[in-house]
Ligand binder design. Structure first.
Ligand SMILES: Cc1ncc(COP(=O)(O)O)c(C=O)c1O
Length: 287
């Protein structure tokens, strides 16, 4: 996975560099996407590319042709990195580009910096998944526009680091008494056989995995409610999951010293995870 795409060229990672005046480097002024791929089949490709365009629009970067161009970039990266029969993810980062000096204000004529590389996906064995994971709770210190997939991730990085330091998979973020999402995942709880997840709002990222899970649940007559989740409800939940393109659907069985469902992964996780694994197979290959 050594070959990356940078501004129109394919090159080894070690040869790729950007200017110190790139606004991504100076201000975190950019956005990103992560698209999981299983043997040439990207999961939720259009949903990811649409969200990327929404993120770009939200921060006033114009790159309308990237969606079309991205497909040939993806194909070339798979070929150059020999990933035809591998599982990995595309990481796409687009920044506002290079300024002439470090000034907060920007002009609309900058050429965006576009980078695409391939990353490995985490792999959890069945044994690990069936034991479930630990999560911690952290105050949500992020800015307001969490629906933008911004590269400005300092509060997320610090929360995630705290989780890792205590052997947890995620930090669930609490805002004004409600569990909104996690540092790099969306949040679901199960109560009385109903799936509950916070509604889309500027306070959370509209996760592609979240969207697919809701669709699969509805298609399979599993009740889903999109509503806010009080922090206290977590301790009383029958199941808790954190979801994302790389980690997929991870069951949480321990939160801040409390056991969830007597530390057992619940039945709805098995059902939805099976549906999700089957859904991945139905995606179209890039060629
Ligand atoms: C804050 C946050 N929420 C949710 C998600 C999950 O989104 P997706 O399912 O599209 O990967 C992510 C993924 O990076 C994230 O960073």
């Amino acid at each position: 996975m050594n070959v990356i795409y940078l501004n129109g060229q394919f090159m080894p990672k070690q040869k790729a560099s950007i200017s110190v005046l790139d606004r991504g480097f100076l201000f975190g002024d950019g956005v990103y996407e992560v698209i999981p791929v299983f043997c040439k089949k990207p999961v939720g490709l259009n949903l990811h590319l649409e969200r990327l365009q929404r993120s770009l629009q939200a921060i006033h970067i114009q790159l309308p042709r990237f969606t079309q161009q991205s497909i040939s970039i993806f194909k070339e990266l798979i070929l150059l990195n020999h990933l035809e029969d591998k599982n990995f993810s595309f990481y796409i980062q687009i920044t506002r580009g290079v300024s002439t000096e470090r000034l907060h204000e920007f002009t609309l004529d900058l050429t965006p910096t576009v980078m695409v590389c391939c990353k490995s996906l985490p792999q959890y064995s069945n044994e690990v998944l069936q034991k479930g994971f630990k999560a911690i709770l952290m105050p949500d210190h992020r800015r307001q526009e969490c629906y933008v997939k911004s590269i400005n991730l300092l509060p997320n990085v610090l929360a995630y680091q705290k989780a890792k330091e205590v052997g947890a998979i995620e930090a669930i973020l609490i805002k004004e008494g409600y569990a909104v999402e996690a540092s790099s995942s969306n949040l679901f709880i199960v109560k009385d056989n109903t799936l509950i997840t916070p509604p889309l709002s500027p306070k959370i990222l509209a996760g592609v995995t979240r969207q697919i899970i809701i669709q699969l649940a509805k298609e399979n007559h599993i009740p889903v409610i999109e509503r806010n989740i009080k922090e206290n409800e977590l301790y009383d939940a029958d199941e808790i999951w954190v979801t994302g393109s790389s980690k997929e659907i991870c069951p949480i069985t321990r939160i801040e010293g409390h056991s969830i469902n007597a530390k057992k992964v619940g039945p709805l996780w098995y059902t939805i995870n099976q549906l999700y694994q089957a859904y991945k197979q139905t995606e179209q290959p890039l060629w």
